[in-house]
Design a protein around this ligand. Structure first.
Ligand code: C2O
Ligand code: CU
Ligand code: CU
Length: 460
């Protein structure tokens, strides 16, 4: 595959896991997660009005294991409604966390017990799907690591949750969405963080092999990223192992990682103590920015990348393209559209974007049918057409799909849950409809989602 085709085409984000005492939760059978107000000093002065799972730290990395039941009790310690979604996990529909579609919103003081068995290992993430714009913009996004049943043999594992905050000079929140942004690429934050820190440094054994999980949980930004080292490999994409060689991104040809996407790298740490391997982002009109650093400590372990076994593949069914029915979806502006009815889940008050020229009537609107009805067990091709000049990370819940072709580029056959649609792109994705239920289907630029670029697909 042509390197450029790939780099322009895919995006992934990875999770991260790391260290550094920010309240890691462990993989127990049952975990209590309490959504609550938080404060945190991004700069000198603490920022008030954050939403997290503890009063003074980012939402922790949550751990599970493939095939092992997980019970997550989400309690709402805020006055607003909420619901929690487990992005990328192919779990039963009733546990998917989409208000009005799969559950009722969780009121302040109430709880919802999510119970599921992750079928796939890899890097996933969690975020609210009710009051999505407000709660995500104020911090409520976290990495979820589902471990393989066998140890894949790394010397370290580092999750990096990338996201921006929109703050004034005093550290107070600026408006987190704008009509101007919503009608274009979205409203960008101005404080770029990794695990809520600016360019944090994480120590790992010199010469060791580290699994770097990068997750883009931002509401808007499509990161263009690369590593400062060439001693690295992309090993997973949107949670799933990559079973072929992908080019390593560079400053000239960075990797596009859209909101919702994840990429896992295997990184060989530099041999010399104190040396670093950096995650770097290219920013429009500004110098490249180091997002996070891995720093070598201790004696050189002198591991070799070739010692790594391929990650075990996840049980994703391969679509039968010869017999797949095609469904078309057009993403663009809407000719007209009233304000969406999102019930208790927060609305921006108007519609602008649409799927198939119809803006989403809102999560709580009655009588909004599915965009498509798929028969369980059958293969489908979804043809996604972007009629706008803006990029859209199109995300489907509950099912994994494989990009198969595009009018603009060659698409590597990755297994994914989010397709970053480029300007004027028509891309086809293929899937087996093997998980029954109503699955949300929307743009992960949250201002686009909340102003109409949303809907759902039914698998019966
Ligand atoms: Cu990341 Cu509808 O979700
Ligand atoms: Cu999702
Ligand atoms: Cu969009």
């Amino acid at each position: 595959m042509n390197r450029r085709d790939f780099l322009l085409g895919t995006a992934a984000a990875g999770g991260v896991f790391g260290a550094a005492g920010w309240g890691l939760a462990s993989a127990t059978d049952r975990q209590q997660l309490t959504i609550q107000p938080a404060r945190f000093a991004f700069r000198e002065r603490p920022t008030e009005g954050l939403v997290s799972l503890s009063p003074d730290a980012p939402p922790p990395v949550l751990f599970g294991e493939r095939g092992r039941p997980l019970r997550l009790r989400v309690s709402n310690g805020t006055p607003d409604y909420t619901a929690m979604h487990w992005h990328g996990l192919r779990i039963p529909n009733a546990m998917d966390g989409v208000p009005y579609l799969t559950q009722m919103p969780i009121a302040g003081g109430e709880s919802f017990e999510y119970e599921f068995t992750p079928p796939d290992a890899g890097t996933y993430w969690y975020h609210p799907h009710c009051m999505t714009m407000a709660q995500m913009a104020h911090g409520l996004t976290g990495v979820m690591v589902i471990k393989e049943t066998e140890d894949p043999g790394f010397n370290g594992d580092q999750a990096i949750n990338l996201r921006d905050f929109r703050l004034d000079d005093e550290g107070a929140f600026l408006p987190y969405y704008t009509a101007r942004g919503a009608a274009r690429a979205g409203t960008f934050g101005n404080v770029l963080t990794a695990n809520w820190l600016q360019a944090p440094v994480y120590d790992h054994p010199a010469g060791g092999l580290v699994r770097l999980r990068v997750v883009n949980s931002d509401t808007t930004r499509i990161y263009k990223m690369h590593l400062s080292t060439e001693q690295a490999r992309i090993i997973a994409w949107d949670g799933h192992p990559v079973e072929f060689e992908l080019p390593l991104p560079s400053a000239e040809e960075p990797l596009l990682v859209g909101p919702g996407q994840r990429v896992d790298f295997a990184v060989q740490m530099p041999a010399g103590e104190g040396q670093t391997a950096d995650l770097v982002a290219e920013l429009p009109g500004r110098p490249a920015r180091t997002l996070a650093q891995l720093r070598s400590v201790g004696a050189n372990l002198a591991r070799d990348m070739r010692e790594l076994k391929p990650l075990p593949s996840n049980p994703v069914s391969r679509p039968d393209l010869a017999n797949a029915e095609v469904h078309d979806f057009v993403f663009g502006w809407t000719p007209e559209g009233g304000p969406p009815n999102d019930g208790y889940c927060g609305s921006m008050g108007y519609s602008f974007w649409s799927i198939n020229r119809t803006p989403w009537a809102g999560d709580a609107a009655k009588g909004t049918g599915p965009l498509a009805v798929l028969e369980r067990g059958k293969s489908y091709v979804l043809r996604l057409r972007n009629e706008s000049p803006n990029l859209h990370p199109i995300h489907l819940h509950g099912l994994a799909f494989i990009p198969i072709r595009s009018n603009l580029r060659k698409l590597p056959p990755l297994v994914t849950d989010t397709m970053l649609l480029l300007k004027d792109e028509v891309a086809e994705i293929a899937l087996v409809a093997d998980n029954p239920g109503d699955w949300a289907f929307h743009c992960h630029v949250i201002e686009h989602q909340k102003t109409g670029l949303a809907g759902y697909i039914r698998v019966t």
